[in-house]
Design a protein around this ligand. Sequence first.
Ligand SMILES: C[S@@+](CC[C@H](N)C(=O)[O-])C[C@H]1O[C@@H](n2cnc3c(N)ncnc32)[C@H](O)[C@@H]1O
Length: 652
Amino acid sequence: MTVAADNSVSIEMQWSVIPPPLNDVTNNTGLHDIEENNNNNTQTAQTILSSVQKNDDPTLDTAGIDGTSVMDRSLISNTASESNQSQNSLSSYLSGQLNDEEEYHHLNSNSIDTTVTEATMSQLSSLTKDEDSTKIPISSAVASVTSETTTLSSPTLIVAQTPQHQKKITCESTTVDAVPCKRTCEEPTIDYRNDTVVKRARADEFSPSSSSFMTQPKDWCRRCGTTETPRWRGGPLGRHTLCNACGLRWKNVGCPDEGYNSPTYPPPELPPNMRPKTSLPKLRAPKPKITRPTKETSPKISEMNNSKATETSSDTAQDIKHIIINTPGYDELPKIPNNVLLRKRKQFLIAGLYSPTYKEIQLPTKGISTKRPPRVSWKKGAFNSDGSSQFRLPLPIHQGEFLLNTECEFSLPADILQEHYGGCLRQISNYTKIKTNIYVGRRPCKTDHQAAKCQCEVPSDEKTPGCGDDCLNRMLFYECDPRTCPCEDKCTNRRFQQKKYITDLEPFPTTHRGWGLRTLVAISKGELVTEYRGEVITHQMVKERMNTIYKGQQNFYFLDYGNGEVIDAGLKGSEARFINHSCNPNCHIEKWGLKGELFVGVFASRDITAGEELFYDYNFSTFGESGDDQLCRCDSDICRGTIGKKRRENAM
Ligand SMILES: C[S@@+](CC[C@H](N)C(=O)[O-])C[C@H]1O[C@@H](n2cnc3c(N)ncnc32)[C@H](O)[C@@H]1O
């Protein structure tokens, strides 16, 4: 501090020792920042002090307090009183203008960013008496800082500002009592009083005996001193005390001879309760090596038994290097030559399972050739003229070579040929067997339409059938109703109801007519052979199906149902769909009424022998316009030449 002749006071501040910011203990970066700004602070202090002296406006303090460094007001006042009049004027100014508690608190509340420091009077006296010295050793003032700065007796003066980086230098004397705080901090409300790490770090930093403020890293290896490792590992000194390499070494090998105190960062001596529990790694005895002794080195069993007692008493677990397998009769085992492997070496196949011969595979030594392999000629056979195979892969083991070297016409196997010649190989056209007609587009008639009551007499004996050929219902192609028929159970006019069909019928492939149907049993004349069942559709549907699903086909299964409807057995039907047309048939079609619907039956026109193919004349059925032109191959003597409707001339 220097008092000039014009009563101006100039203070030059120089921070001999500036502690690093508390929040940057480890990297020490804040120390350099403050040192660099030291000169700026000095100049700013001078400027503000001069302005304080010259400016009579008491609001100056509140107007220029943001980001200011603070100096004790009592320091200023004592300095002024002991130095000269200018200092007295400064002190009076300060005491007069700021000797108001409210104003002080107003000042302090608005200048919460200010640093409040106090120095003792003696230090100020020693400072101010030395007029040659224009530098204030803050480090010496630091030792006598008190906590009375918040009282009115020792008001605070704002003397300096740090406009360069606008970092707020704050200090709360009530927070840190013994150590002045000069740290740049954006969070002035953090209380570090109870932070032992901070206290210890600050004490170490401000300690004269400290290693010139050497900042210790957060983690360093206690063995090699490195601070960088991909992973910190635990050691005998605790967690995260060894680097990855040293930690692995300690874990696998144990404690090294040189210990774990790093020469670079000697770890502080921890209190006893914080010392890590060090436990020496358990030294394991080396695993006993089981060796198979040779005949020369293996002792006799008797010798081993004799020396067993002495060996076990004298040897320890660590001294045991070899354990000899004490197997009775072991020395009598045959000696195995050294060049013979105890375990058989795995043998790899050099050829596939389908190879007729074992061939040595010569793999290319200089890479795989990009040349296209020669084309294989199947006519040449498996091998070339020189005996080399023209195939890269082995041939099938059994018939590969034979098949390749033998040319023959394709023929079916004998069993299949036998079925083919027997006419059993043809695939029957797919259709669905149904037990009753399916009415497409309408519902079946469920009216309780009763047939007329016949006037048949009840047969006198059991041999006489009821409702025979003279039954009125029979003659009208109606089946009798069992509820009204006088013959009751003896009525024989109920064949469709009783499903008295010939069961032994068989579809078979014909030579010229496709599939046909034959009987395996003899059928008497007039007997109901089978019922022609299928989908009952309209003529319109017939046309649609002819143009769609049956387009291009030769076989048709339409049969006139009556009443403008047709039975189509192409998709769904009975075995009657296989009966072919014949101009001289052995069966005929009859339509019988029952319960309001029609039942189409194939009846025997004559006695039919077993095995005979069944035919009926399609003339009875409407086969469509195309059916007129279809050639008939019934092979009968009276064949009309075409199937379908009888021509008028033929009928004539
Ligand atoms: C109801 S199917 C008979 C079963 C047929 N053969 C089959 O293989 O499914 C009628 C068709 O059989 C053939 N067909 C029936 N009788 C024939 C005959 N006498 N001559 C030639 N073809 C006949 C015709 O192709 C006719 O469209």
